[in-house]
Design a protein around this ligand. Structure first.
Ligand SMILES: Cc1cc2nc3c(=O)[nH]c(=O)nc-3n(C[C@H](O)[C@H](O)[C@H](O)COP(=O)(O)OP(=O)(O)OC[C@H]3O[C@@H](n4cnc5c(N)ncnc54)[C@H](O)[C@@H]3O)c2cc1C
Length: 1017
């Protein structure tokens, strides 16, 4: 049985399709009970656990909360004291700690807290210190380099951490569980998510095996199996992303080959010990594939009699109800009881961002909290109705949700006249007081299981930050639950009434991804990698890649250049007279046409330029964005003349007019996006264009040109002339009607163009040149290894390293270099090099066999000097692309960035180590090569981010993310120094350079006095 995502509908329709989750009576009862729980808990505020107090005081709405979150996220992983001290000093200086003094008598919130951090014991601190936490902290900041302060804060973070983990390993966790009655029933979670390497995946697998065995042994020691049900025993939760570094729908075959067997082994082991095993819910992209894995486990005859297999379902997902129906069908068709943990979902913010970046048609999630709450209750109802075959586990810390679920269970019991077995779940360290209160007030509260993270502090960070984000937000229940300033009626409200009161179900401040840029420009639409149907369509379109004629067969003769110039000059007269709105309309029509013919262009990009699927999709989107962005900016620039201030009796107007015939020379690495961006920028401002595409990629340019004609562009306004660059340049740059040159390519060619233009007689012509760079990423020890590795992999090896923005030299702080390199090398092993028409391919060919040979020589030279750290392999078969065009990704260690004097334009990454005190000279070396295109920075130190930004020549600086894929209008792109002239492509000033300025001054009094002045009131 395969799960098929329901067809896309609007959020309003999705919500309306849910059955009313609660009757009127149930709604009233839920409010009453929920409010009683909150009031009861508030009356016992002094019993609340530290974390509840902490989250309430230091939420995301205050600076101190954010500062503490930053410290918590980074401090424990920093190996060197110097960097740790700088982080501490920066974060402590950024808060107004006094504002929290005396606000709570809880740990972390008053001066005693800091005493605890300093000494490891709860000590009473002097009064003056209690009253002046701010001053005390400021003096701490000044003394931040003292070991005492560092130790204190590290200890503090461990204290925060230990509130969230039950043990550093499973033994410690089980010991605690056996001695602490509140932890008697747990679902243990071995911390660590998202394996990046096969080694990590094996390590996580081993730790799951060990945990299952130990949990199994401990529960059987404690309670003989005959006496209690499986649901009364502790269980385990697993994350599929921990079991394989390529866990995604695109790598389905690999998932079937490697991940399913691993998951099945774990399930069999859990079954042998008769304990529950739940698969945690992760990203929406992975929903369908996770259900495929789950179905394989359900199908396993070896575990048929085991009742402990379970899945977490996220109610914020708009497919949640369909998932529950699917899992119920699965259980019934296999006659096999299953468990379902219903959660609201932990990744709301990052899912919304991803959907916007991807340009999805709809968000996969609800955009309002009350919609998630209603979805949760509708799903809860469906689960309880299926409780003969599904054992529901309701994971929440929200009093209303608890009360409503209990009401639903009561109704179910009454109608079916049978017991209903289910449980609640809470996270360790949270919700204790609420559930204690519920136990006190509600006789029918079922068992409550604790989700219990296990792992060393260093592995805690991702988990911790997620919890802080999730619960620190002011929409979150935990954040307001104990806050006496918020009336109980507000903390516990009816989500159905909240929805009824809305004018739109869709959040009015979260536009659909298409509307991200407002009304004046639609965002390009992307592909939903969370739906199998879109993935299959994309694969089909890649497999249908056309067979192309040889590029040379398209070449035209130098005579064609001359006649094109003549035609373009003649066409300029009419074209420039068209209103800018008419020209902009053509660009927008072209964008729409391109969106409709996306598949054709993706196939063409794969066939002619060797682009992988994700690169091709991104390139088509970028092209669409260029068309729409330049249409919008042209309307703004040329829509009307700008009136200038001046003396009365005179009209002064500035306007931007086209220059004439432009020559556009574009590269093969973005044969669609850069070709089109340059051409349409010139056209929309009223110029006509002679375009020479790269020698290797004429077909894409011709297809795009054809599309522009279909959109209404007059044929003579644009002439595409595939031919050898030098031959073209010799003729084109000497043509008398040439008005400007726009170029993207090598620095050497740009310099040749510059010299040739300078040697012309007559007017001085503008040259816009975008060239290459030796791009670096600087990483210090505050950075998160996993994030660095992800960003390095995409920046260095994405597009086979053939982007001008690609990362060429990774600069690692000595103290964290080995850790990062180790993971990076492991991640490189998982790269798929091969045929770009296969969706699974990460690294396709380089543009020609000659380019591959050049790169190989570079790698060999470095290898001879003993510098090659890692080389991946090329598979025996490379599909329709000749093997000699492939370069296996390489990692090369060098001593200094000065060793790199030219750009190796392929999947070759250099790495250099630096000591903190060497950072200024490293920057000096980077500046010395004269390039200034992109720079990546990975650090949690804001001071370092700012200092590096100021010190670099790079035109585009990316902090804590990858350094490729600049988005039109969002990250205008282009370098300085040897990397380009500017203005930046896709930026607000680009079009200006294609125009020339004119000013019209009219003496308005000449025709008989200053009427405007005389008629003033
Ligand atoms: C035992 C346990 C296991 C868990 N396992 C998982 C798991 O496997 N996978 C997982 O993803 N999460 C998991 N979680 C976390 C869970 O998804 C929730 O994030 C968390 O419990 C908060 O929900 P609540 O009902 O306690 O609090 P509430 O405050 O009532 O709800 C907060 C939640 O509402 C949602 N929300 C917030 N703002 C919006 C908005 N504007 N639009 C739509 N929705 C919004 C988010 O999901 C947010 O987490 C687990 C939680 C528990 C207690």
């Amino acid at each position: 049985m395969t799960f098929i995502s329901p067809a896309l509908r609007s959020e309003t329709q999705d919500l309306a399709a849910l059955r009313a989750p609660l009757s009127a009576a149930e709604r009233l009862a839920a409010l009453e009970i929920g409010r009683a729980l909150v009031s009861g808990a508030r009356a016992r505020a002094d019993e609340r656990p530290y974390l509840d107090a902490f989250l309430q005081e230091f939420g995301l709405s205050n600076q101190e909360g954010i500062a503490l979150m930053c410290l918590a996220e980074a401090l424990l992983r920093i190996p060197d004291d110097e960097t740790a001290d700088r982080l501490i000093a920066e974060k402590l200086a950024s808060g107004n700690w006094d504002s929290h003094a005396g606000r709570s008598d809880s740990l972390f919130v008053n001066a005693s807290t800091w005493g605890l951090m300093l000494t490891g014991r709860l000590v009473e601190l002097p009064d003056e210190l209690r009253g002046n936490a701010n001053g005390w902290l400021r003096s701490l900041t000044q003394r931040a380099s003292e070991p005492l302060v560092r130790q204190a804060l590290r200890r503090a973070m461990k204290i925060i951490g230990s509130e969230f983990v039950v043990g550093r390993d499973i033994e410690e966790a089980l010991k605690r569980s056996s001695s602490d009655s509140s932890l008697a029933l747990c679902s243990f979670d071995m911390l660590g998510e998202g394996a990046r390497t096969d080694r990590d995946a094996q390590r996580y697998f081993d730790s799951y095996v060990d945990a299952i065995e130990q949990i199994g042994n401990s529960v059987s020691n404690r309670s003989p199996k005959t006496n209690d049900s499986l649901h009364e025993r502790s269980s385990i939760s697993i994350k599929l992303s921990a079991l394989d570094p390529r866990y995604s729908a695109i790598h389905r075959e690999r998932v079937i080959d490697r991940l399913i067997p691993r998951a099945r082994d774990l399930a069999r082991l859990a079954a042998a010990h008769d304990i529950g095993l739940t698969i945690d819910a992760e990203e929406q992209d992975r929903l369908e594939i996770s259900l495929e894995i789950f179905a394989a486990l359900v199908n396993d005859p070896d575990t048929r009699n085991w009742r402990g297999l379970g899945l977490a379902v996220q109610a914020y997902g708009r497919r949640a109800m369909a998932v529950i129906e699917h899992v119920t069908d699965l259980a019934r068709s296999h006659r096999r009881p299953l468990t379902v943990r219903l959660v609201k979902g932990a990744y709301w913010d990052s899912e919304i961002k991803r959907a916007q970046e991807r340009g999805l048609a709809e968000y996969p999630l609800y955009t309002r909290k009350c919609s998630t709450d209603v979805s949760y209750l509708a799903c809860a109802r469906a689960l309880l109705e299926a409780c003969d075959i599904i054992y529901p586990q309701f994971a929440t810390h929200n009093a209303h949700t608890i009360a409503a679920v209990l009401g639903l269970a009561r109704s179910r019991r009454d109608t079916s006249n049978a017991p209903v077995d289910f449980e609640f779940q809470r996270l360790h360290g949270m919700g204790t007081l609420l559930y204690d209160e519920a136990r006190r007030q509600l006789s029918d509260l079922p068992r409550v299981r604790v989700y219990a993270p296990v792992g060393p502090h260093a592995d805690l960070l991702a988990y911790l930050v997620r919890r802080l984000l999730e619960n620190g937000a002011n929409t979150s229940f935990v954040n307001r639950f104990m806050d006496e300033r918020v009336p109980v009626e507000q903390v516990v409200s009816d989500p159905i009434s909240e929805i009824d009161a809305l004018t739109t179900v869709e959040h009015d401040r979260i536009p659909l991804p298409a509307g991200l840029y407002g009304a004046s420009r639609r965002n390009s639409s992307g592909i939903d990698f969370g739906r199998r149907s879109s993935i299959d369509d994309l694969q089909r379109c890649l497999h249908d890649s056309p067979a192309l004629p040889s590029p040379a067969s398209r070449y035209v003769t130098p005579q064609a250049v001359e006649s094109a110039f003549r035609a373009a000059s003649a066409a300029f007269i009419d074209w420039r007279r068209r209103p800018v709105t008419a020209r902009a309309d053509i660009l927008e029509r072209a964008a729409d046409l391109l969106e409709q013919s996306r598949d054709t262009f993706i196939a063409l990009l794969a066939a002619e330029a060797g682009k992988t699927a994700s690169d091709a999709v991104a390139e088509v989107r970028e092209t669409i964005d260029f068309c729409r962005y330049y249409a919008k900016t042209a309307r703004e620039l040329q829509g009307s003349a700008v009136s200038l201030d001046g003396p009365t009796g005179e009209r002064n107007e500035l306007s931007h007019v086209p220059r004439g015939v432009w020559c556009s020379i574009s590269p093969w690495n973005f044969p669609l996006a850069i070709f089109t961006g340059q051409v349409v920028a010139a056209l929309v401002t009223g110029n006509t264009v002679i375009a020479k595409p790269a020698e290797t990629t004429p077909e894409i340019a011709l297809a795009m040109c054809d599309l522009l004609y279909r959109a209404g562009l007059p044929r003579d306004a644009l002439h595409v002339l595939p031919m050898i660059g030098k031959e073209f340049g010799e003729v084109a740059l000497r043509d008398r009607s040439l008005a400007g040159v726009v170029f993207t390519g090598s620095t050497r060619t740009a310099q040749w163009l510059n010299r040739t233009l300078a040697s012309r007689e007559g007017a001085i012509l503008p040259l816009i040149a975008e060239t290459g760079g030796i791009n670096a990423m600087i990483v210090d020890s505050t950075a998160l290894t996993e994030q660095v590795v992800d960003d390095v992999m995409s920046s260095a090896f994405g597009s086979a390293g053939q982007r001008c923005s690609a990362l060429r030299v990774l600069c690692l702080q000595q103290d964290c270099a080995d850790r990062i390199l180790d993971m990076l090398e492991g991640a490189m092993e998982t790269l798929v090099v091969g045929d770009p028409s296969e969706l699974t391919t990460d690294v396709g060919p380089v543009i020609t066999a000659a380019a591959a040979r050049d790169l190989e020589q570079h790698i060999e030279r470095m290898g001879q000097r003993g510098r090659l750290r890692k080389r991946t392999t090329i598979p025996a078969t490379t599909g329709s692309v000749a093997r000699d065009r492939f370069v296996a990704p390489a990692l090369i260690e060098i001593d200094s960035v000065a060793e790199l004097d030219r750009e190796a334009f392929g999947p070759v990454l250099h790495v250099v180590r630096y000591r903190t005190e060497e950072l200024p000279s490293l920057l000096e070396d980077l500046r010395a090569n004269g390039y200034g295109l992109t720079l990546g920075i990975q650090t949690r130190l804001e001071g370092t981010q700012q200092a590096l930004f100021e010190a670099t020549l790079a035109g585009n600086v990316y902090v804590n993310r990858n350094m490729i894929g600049a988005v039109v209008g969002v990250q205008p792109f282009g370098g300085t120094g040897l990397s380009g002239t500017g203005p930046k492509a896709g930026g607000p000033h680009y079009l200006l350079r294609f125009t020339t300025e004119r000013v019209l001054t009219v003496n308005t009094t000449a025709t008989g006095g200053n009427a405007a002045l005389l008629t003033l009131d």
